[in-house]
Design a protein around this ligand. Sequence first.
Ligand SMILES: C[S@@+](CC[C@H](N)C(=O)[O-])C[C@H]1O[C@@H](n2cnc3c(N)ncnc32)[C@H](O)[C@@H]1O
Length: 350
Amino acid sequence: MSKADNSIIPTADPQQAEAVRQKKTTSSVAKVTHHHSNESEGVSGGSFSDGSMSVFTGGAFGGRMLSSDCDVFEHNAWDHVEPDADHYQYAEQQIRLHQEHPVPEEDREFSELFSWTDDRYSADKVASSEIQNAEYEETKKSSESSDSEFYDVSPNTKFCIMEVGCGAGNAVFPLLADIRDPRLFVYACDYSKTAVDVVKANDAYDENRCKAFVWDLSSTELPEGVEPASVDIMLMVFVFSALHPDQWDQAVENAYRLLKPGGILLFRDYGRNDLTQLRFKKSRLLDNNFYIRGDGTRVYFFTNEQLQTIFCKKFVVEQNAIDRRLLVNRKRELKMYRVWLQAKFRKPFA
Ligand SMILES: C[S@@+](CC[C@H](N)C(=O)[O-])C[C@H]1O[C@@H](n2cnc3c(N)ncnc32)[C@H](O)[C@@H]1O
């Protein structure tokens, strides 16, 4: 199986598969242990000693770099731009405004009851389109040969990708189109029945290759029909931020239970001081960095350190990075900073 076949699933050569199985009990365990030891070192100066948490400065998330001799208003967007002093001042001022004017007490009970419901679905379709490509590329990359030591590559074994909070299927359908390997099976689930119906109505929806269903990531039950420890890659793209902080641990537990040992969780979500956070007006703050939108959906803005704390209880943190973009309104000479977190968590073998 080669990349020329357009397959990203690791090789199915039986001899190599056996070698892989051997390796799983040796080098992979060693690798996991190695990461564990780094985890215990915690966060120091914004990065781990192995670089697993890094602010990307290279081409990982995009390549238009703003150098000192560039005119910032020459293009609409720049990658990896460290915000300027004006931005930090604006951020401070906005966060103070939010804290001084949280959701009023009389609306609080009502807001707490809200979560995603079907009639709010249209808003997330818009939000999702901006991230589709990045996550899709990352999924492909993560399942390529460098990770093959973690996967069972025998020819009859299904290779399962599961997207939780799949929305309209922005990641699912490109993956199905690109990976023709018959071993691929994709689960697409969402809290919203409307989202699931949208996925099922897509012409590319093929029940032999994928299954869409309603499931709440914060549920205490695993989804019906998906075996524990059966998923190779799980995607969570802008869905974790929709959870209430009280639901985080259950969501992590669910991901852990569904993934195979050695399987990975690819994560992308809002970072602290992202434009979306700073643009909130008064009376939207439910709790620190946790807001309710006008349509009733909720959103949390994370830091790398928080992700580390939340996920290291169950996973090995292999990547925990910040993806920064500077968007420019050239006409009005406005600078807007986007901050997304991109992470890769691996379920250890033991
Ligand atoms: C911002 S959208 C992202 C959609 C998709 N991941 C994408 O990138 O196109 C968030 C999605 O998460 C879903 N969602 C929110 N809370 C959820 C939960 N507790 N369990 C499962 N899905 C949830 C919403 O219904 C929505 O479709």
